[in-house]
Design a protein around this ligand. Structure first.
Ligand SMILES: Cc1cc2nc3c(=O)[nH]c(=O)nc-3n(C[C@H](O)[C@H](O)[C@H](O)COP(=O)(O)OP(=O)(O)OC[C@H]3O[C@@H](n4cnc5c(N)ncnc54)[C@H](O)[C@@H]3O)c2cc1C
Length: 349
């Protein structure tokens, strides 16, 4: 998502080659997301990017709504959550969650409704980014893992599994592999850490109501959302440090997800139809990293998209493209200060 959306934003102004290690772009984190847009998700440092992306994402969104729930002991967390976004434009309303989720266990008494949350059609958004990039002249090569990158006074010399290439700028949009790519290019790593997250698709009795919002624990121990055919997508909100890899779900995390689910509603889990895991890769301060590395010329970071890389993609790409091209930012991101996302923040003594 990061590479494709940035390519779409840059290609009208520069020659772009997208180098993808896998046979299909989207095989890693992008193809494994929970596919929702929530303005509060990722916290106040991410929110401007999510909110700014809303308009560009409009044709890829479907109404969903999020319900943040808590037990009596979660009252301070609910208060903090509301205070965090008080000065934002996000509509948040205290509600009784029982009316939204049939069979909700009685201890889940507290609720905050976020009506603006939406489903994202990730596959369509991803395909659209590639289509726009291609129309503007960008080329994609697949099965082309970058193996070496060196720089001379002509620019970058790149060795990939599909041949050698030269470029004046190397953009690092390698998700979980961002630090590995930096090391390959002789750039100090930032500390982009991948964490595994598990998702399961459930058939339940009763079936998940299509009208139900996404339901998330304010304490961060689960979320679930209705999907087509009465199914549910459920995550135990796990965050297990991992090497960059083809992440696979662990049985224990699937079991934890179901155990937590059964403590929230009185429904029966009839079947686990699918399970998958993906990596969410964060910079140490959990904000994305957009900008040229201050220590090595022509090395540009577009990394650390954590758990919000789809919902922030249009604004992230627009902001990064302006920095990459030294151009005025698009109107969508003109009010967003890029400084909190600059790699320089990790390079101070
Ligand atoms: C379970 C889960 C749920 C999520 N839910 C949401 C959500 O609801 N909303 C949301 O906005 N975000 C969500 N996310 C986060 C989102 O999926 C990521 O932030 C986003 O996909 C990151 O995109 P990316 O392009 O940086 O990474 P990736 O999609 O992983 O792409 C990185 C690419 O770099 C390639 N690469 C790596 N090394 C090399 C190399 N040496 N040479 C060439 N290519 C290389 C890889 O093959 C890969 O295709 C979720 C993530 C997970 C795991």
């Amino acid at each position: 998502m990061a590479g494709a959306s940035l390519a779409a934003a840059v290609a009208p102004h520069a020659s772009v080659l997208l180098i993808e290690a896998e046979e299909a772009p989207g095989y890693h984190s992008t193809g494994r997301s929970a596919a929702f847009w929530s303005e509060t998700y990722g916290g106040p440092g991410v929110q401007p990017l999510t909110t700014a992306s809303g308009e560009a994402l409009r044709s890829f969104l479907e109404p969903l709504g999020s319900l943040h729930i808590g037990r009596a002991e979660d009252a301070p967390a609910i208060d903090t959550f509301l205070a965090t976004f008080e000065s934002s434009s996000i509509a948040l309303e205290r509600i009784d969650p029982a009316g939204f989720v049939p069979g909700l266990r009685v201890e889940w008494k507290l609720g905050v409704f976020e009506p603006s949350s939406a489903y994202i059609d990730v596959a369509a958004l991803h395909a659209d980014s590639f289509a726009r990039a291609r129309r503007a002249g960008a080329e994609l090569i697949v099965n082309a893992p970058l193996r070496a990158a060196s720089r001379d006074n002509q620019g970058w010399r790149l060795e990939t599994g599909a041949g050698r290439f030269a470029a004046s700028i190397l953009v690092n949009a390698a998700g979980a592999w961002a630090d590995a790519i930096a090391a390959m290019a002789g750039v100090a790593p930032i500390g982009i850490q991948p964490y595994r997250r598990t998702m399961v698709q459930l058939r339940t009795d009763p079936a998940g109501a299509a009208t139900m919002p996404l339901v998330a624990d304010i304490g961060g121990s689960f979320y679930f959302k209705p999907e087509a055919g009465g199914r549910l997508w459920l995550s135990p909100h796990d965050e297990i440090a991992s090497e960059p890899c083809d992440a696979q779900p662990e049985e224990i995390d699937v079991a934890i997800a179901i155990d937590r689910f059964e403590r929230i509603v009185d429904w029966r889990v009839a079947a686990v139809e699918r399970r998958w895991a993906g990596l969410r890769s964060f910079a140490p301060d959990r904000l994305p990293v957009y900008g040229f590395d201050p220590s090595v010329p022509g090395f540009f970071w577009c990394a650390g998209q954590g758990g919000f890389g789809i919902q922030t993609a249009p604004a992230g790409a627009a902001l990064a493209a302006a920095l990459l091209l030294s151009a005025a930012p698009e109107a969508m991101v003109a009010a967003i200060d890029p400084a909190p996302y600059a790699p320089d923040r990790f390079r101070m003594a």
